[in-house]
Design a protein around this ligand. Structure first.
Ligand code: AHR
Length: 499
């Protein structure tokens, strides 16, 4: 197959907001306990933070981590999670049917985030709670001192404010599974009032309103419109969540899911702009795709879980090679929408539908770790409005889908250009050309490829390097007179770096 990538250095999509490489830690399964925190383990540091996990998270260069949920946040009593550990209560956790011991909480998470070099994206409970508690939590986190909750923070050993600037107004409030589930009007009102109080307290905070839990929600569209109609002036971002799976064993269709993600983003942008037009508004609402990933491998296993235990093996998807291809494509999709998607969180980070897995003896990288890490590290700068002339195929779920997904990111200052590409063809290599004569003097630094003959290949603790990126051979990418000719192997993720 043949394709062409067309870029022009004056035709830009926009600057990448580094927060699109965010991730997510929820009190769920072994994400917190045994994932990032395991007191008493020889693998942990003096605060009980797993050192092996810290290192792998640093490798991903995650700029921001959403916390503490997810569905968990809709029953979260943040006061339970601070202060002397011996006095923290254990409680039944209704979102996931487990017991939460609160031995790891808000302040530990702030410390952990500092150790990995990430900012915190904090969520408030708008399920069982409301504006008053959100305001108190913000006072505890961001107020300098001299008030009840800011002094309580100091008494807990945190003299300086945490200064958390990005706040989610609840989680998936459209979902009937959510504690305190609401109609769009009910939620829009409470989101607006919560954000208003929070901005009275700290005018620098930004707020994210809940969009739909996924594109298949029956209320999709009207939910977004109504919520923004109620809360337009008080919120800064609208959230999107979406997970994909290949339970049907139809890889071509599964890989076309990035087309579904692309359509989802375009649809939500249209709704935001429709509300803006209706309100004669000047402000633009941008998007926070704060839960995205593949999630289906663990579904059957999770149905058998015993209830009311602590930190069970829950949502522990073992990712295969084709999942890594889709994750690579989803990151390309997020980049292609860099003008409107300013925040995105891979859900999640450790053990729970995650790029990093841990056991009592170590930590390892799942297949999806690699496209995430390489895009996070090298996909920063300005996204070029990348036109891809590619053959297409008819997918079962998403209609016509491209065989080639691609995007180019240019860092003018550092003089680097990075091309990310996924060839979704399951049986043919793709010969790709790209005219780069505008980027005079640039040379190919490396062409990295992630590929495997076995689409189902996985990384495990015993065999952690079944699926790893390698350097492509020199014949796979040539630059001659400013014209790039590259070959992307069948079902492969590629990154070509030029400088
Ligand atoms: O990430 C797992 C769960 O998926 C989150 O708790 C919830 O927000 C979503 O449904």
């Amino acid at each position: 197959k043949k394709a062409q990538i067309i870029v022009d250095k004056y035709f830009l999509t926009g600057k990448t907001d580094k927060r699109i490489y965010g991730s997510f830690i929820e009190h769920l399964g072994r994400a917190v306990y045994e994932g990032i925190y395991q007191e008493g383990s020889s693998l942990s540091d003096e605060q009980g933070f797993r050192k092996d996990t810290l290192e792998l998270v640093r490798e991903l260069q995650v700029p921001i981590v959403r916390y503490p949920g997810g569905n968990f946040v809709s029953g979260f009593r943040w006061e339970d999670s601070v202060g002397p550990k011996a006095q923290r209560p254990s409680r039944p956790e209704l979102a996931w049917g487990v017991i939460e011991t609160n031995q790891f909480g808000l302040n530990e998470f702030v410390d952990w985030s500092k150790k990995v070099g990430s900012d915190v994206m904090m969520a408030v409970n708008l399920g069982t709670r409301g504006p008053e508690d959100a305001k108190n939590l913000l006072e505890y986190c961001n107020f300098k001192g001299g008030t009840y909750y800011s002094d309580l923070r100091k008494a807990h050993g945190y003299e300086q404010p945490h200064d958390i600037k990005l706040w989610c107004l609840g989680n998936e409030m459209d979902g009937p599974w959510q504690m305190g589930h609401k109609t769009a009007t009910e939620y829009g009102r409470v989101a607006a009032e919560t954000a208003r109080l929070m901005k009275f307290m700290d005018p620098e905070v930004e707020t994210v309103a809940c969009g739909s839990s996924n594109l298949e929600m029956p209320t999709f569209g009207s939910w977004e419109y109504t919520v923004l109609d109620e809360a337009y002036d008080q919120v800064d971002y609208l959230s999107l969540h979406q997970y994909y799976g290949n339970a049907a064993g139809d890889t071509a269709d599964f890989l076309a899911s990035s087309k579904g993600m692309d359509d989802f983003i375009s649809g939500v942008v249209s709704i935001c702009d429709a509300v803006k037009a209706k309100k004669h508004g000047k402000k633009q609402i941008n998007l926070s795709f704060d839960e995205w990933n593949v999630w289906y491998h663990s579904n059957e296993q999770d149905k058998k879980l015993e209830k009311w235990v602590q930190a069970p093996h829950q949502l522990e998807d073992v990712y295969n090679f084709e999942d890594a291809l889709l994750v690579g494509s989803m990151l390309i999709t997020l980049l292609r929408h860099a003008d409107r998607v300013k925040i995105a969180c891979m859900a999640q980070l450790v053990n729970v539908i995650a790029p990093i897995m841990t056991s009592d003896t170590g930590a390892w990288r799942q297949t999806i770790f690699y496209p995430y890490m390489l895009t996070s590290v090298f996909g920063r700068g300005t996204v070029l409005n990348t036109q891809v002339l590619t053959p297409v195929y008819e997918s079962r779920t998403y209609g016509e889908a491209p065989y080639l997904d691609s995007v180019c990111v240019w860092d003018e200052e550092k003089e680097t250009l990075t091309i990310f590409a996924v060839n979704k063809s399951l049986d043919e290599d793709m010969e790709v050309s790209c005219d780069l004569r505008q980027f005079e003097g640039y040379k190919i630094i490396e062409h990295i490829v992630l590929n495997n003959d076995d689409l189902q290949a996985v990384n495990t603790e015993a065999q952690p390097e079944n699926v790893v990126p390698v350097k492509a051979s020199a014949e796979c990418s040539k630059l001659d007179g400013g014209k790039l000719e590259a070959v992307f192997a069948k079902h492969s993720w590629n990154m070509i770096r030029l400088a």
